[in-house]
Each structure stands twice: as structure tokens, then as C-alpha cells.
Design a binder for this molecule. Sequence first.
Ligand code: GMT
Length: 383
Amino acid sequence: MNIGITVFPTYGGSGIVGSELGRELSERGHTVHFISYALPTRLCRLNERLQFHQVDLFDYPLFEFPPYDLALASKILEVAESQKLDVLHMHYAIPHATAAFLAREMYMPRRYLPFVTTLHGTDITLVGSRKSFLPITRFSIAQSDAVTAISQYLADETCRTFGNCAVEVIPNFINAHDYQRRDNATLRASLAPDGENLLMHVSNFRPVKRITDCIHALAQIREQKPDLRVRLVMCGDGPEREGAEALAQDYGLSDDVLFVGQVPNIADYLSVADLLLLLSETESFGLAALEAMACEVPVIATRVGGLPEVVREGETGYLVNLGDTRTVAERAIEIISDEKKRREMGMRGRAWAVERFNTERVIPLYENLYERIRRTEPIGSGK
Ligand code: GMT
């Protein structure tokens, strides 16, 4: 099939999922065309079956806000015609699903171009439900030929907020080969030179991630168990970094909280971690938790959103109440002080990640969906 995919290229998990999906589809013989304003960060290598089409943004003085959605719709139409796209897959409802709807309408007299919208989280919970976006989000979802959500939680939220209950759940996925624990003594020694235990956090450091709770948790560990040698590695970057650095300094923990920035291969870092902390305010899935489990890292996460669908309480990690950093510290001490327990939780996490969220299982769900909505007959054929 010829598949067009649009993602936000530079920021966030929806772009990662859309890009990895495109790569997996191309390896299965499909031709995938990414249409966006920049090359998605995870797509370093393009080839004949993995192509990129850049949206031209015209910055005319009259436009205080250049209308990206319209330029995107025009580009989608151009690519659809030139590359004979069979189906479009839009990640994040707005403005992507809206642009796909416009492109489909413009193409309609000649061909019907169906589109799938995958909902990722804040496109429903924070952005899409705001008064200024709610009507257009509801409309764009309703116009989609198929709608998927990355967790049951998000499907339920979509039904509750938009009254649209025909949403299929197709979860986030991992490539079990790319995400597996690989020993890396050099990296481990650079992060934990004195054999410290390593807690890790991975995100884009937006307010919703509550990254300062990771620092509070480390401070509580220090208070509860002063002899335990432990460091916190913060992978990623974003608006909350400065505040988190200041908090670490206030606690006198600057030497033991390492901000390593955006690292190219997150599996390398996860492979040397003893525990992942994901203490978000809301999280419709929590891709970082899945990637950690695939690398045999137990996870402590907040009991919010779709995280309970990903982290199995007491088996692959623990779920805690939002903001309860004291319990995070207790659970972290319990896991890292007991090597056998930590290893067993890690192994169970890997087994669960592979059994439930493996690309071999999830990618065919998307392929079947495309097959279901694609139209092989020309318009007017009566089919
Ligand atoms: O909804 C968002 O905040 C955007 C999105 C992103 O681009 O970071 O994040 C969501 O999508 C990820 C991939 O499907 C999920 O794993 C994240 O849980 C989800 N983030 C939130 O719900 C906060």
C-alpha cells in the first residue's frame, strides 16, 4: 500500500509512535510518505519506501499566524495525487485530522482518500476539550474513516468528551529487538562511577510530566535510607528543566541528579537503569514506561490515565497516587535494595512488553485497519 503519515515531527511521543510505525510499515513492504513541516526526529534514514515531503510555509507579513493546516492540506493533496496514496494516517487530532478532511474533500471528485486518525492524549484531554478547539476536534474525529486511541482510557475519554464511542484501541508498541537490555559497562560507569543505583526519568519535561516529583522522591530516599547510594538520571529536555535543576540544588543533590539532555539512543540508557520513574499528572499511555519494561527496567508510575494498562501493579513495577513522593521513595528503596526482586520485576516487565505490545502483534492491527477502509474502486462505481 501507499500510505501517507503526518506527525508533529520534533516534539513528543505521538511523533515517535508515528515515525516508528512508518519505519515498521516500510520494512513490511509498504511505501510510506511522511508529510510534515520537518523531518521527524526518529527518521534519520530515508529510502525508496520511506519518503519525506516537506510542507511549504509561506510567511507573508499579513499572517501573524501562518496557516499551517491549510498548507498541510494542500501538500497532502499534492502527495496523494503524485504518489497515488491509498490511505492517510494522521497522528494527533488537530490540526492533522482537519487537514486530512480538507484534502479528502478537495480530492473527492476524482478519488476518495480515506484517513485514520490516531488519538494520543492531550489532543483529547487538554487541547481538544478546550472551548476554542472542541467543535473542530469533534468534527474532525467524526469525519475520520477510522479512529484509534492508544489506550482504553483514552478511548473512554473520547467517548465521554466528544460522544464519539466508535474508537478502536491500538496500543503503543515496541520493537523487541531494538528495545532489549544490552550491557554497557562504560555508560554505566560514567553515570554511576561509585556503583550507585540508577533511577531514570525520560520525557520532554513538560509541566504534565511533573519532573520535580522525581527530585522530591530522590530527596525522600536520602532521608529514609541515607546509606543507600543512588543517583537520578534525567533524560530529555524541555521547559521544566531549569526549575528541576534549581530544586536539586536546593536539596543539595546537584551531584546526584544528572541532566543528560536528549540522548540519541534511549535503549542504551534504559539498559543501564535500575528503575524508571514516570510520575506524570496524566498519561494516556506512557511510552517511556513500555520502553523501560522492554529493557527489563521496573517502573514506578502514577496511577493515572492509561498507565495502569501498561504497568502491572506489583509485577512489573508499582503504581502510586499522584504527588505521593513518600510512597515513591518507599517503593524505590524496596526494589533497589533487593537485587532478586528487581531482576524478577524487570524480567516480568520484558515478558509483558513483548507479549502484549510487540510490533509483530500491533503493526498488523494497523495494516488490517488500512485494508478495511481503503477503496480500490473508483468513485461512482457503486461500491
Ligand atoms: O498528548 C500528548 O501530550 C502528546 C503526545 C506526545 O506527542 O507527546 O503524548 C501522548 O502520546 C504518547 C504516544 O502515544 C503517549 O505514550 C503519551 O502517554 C501521551 N502523553 C500524554 O498523555 C500526556
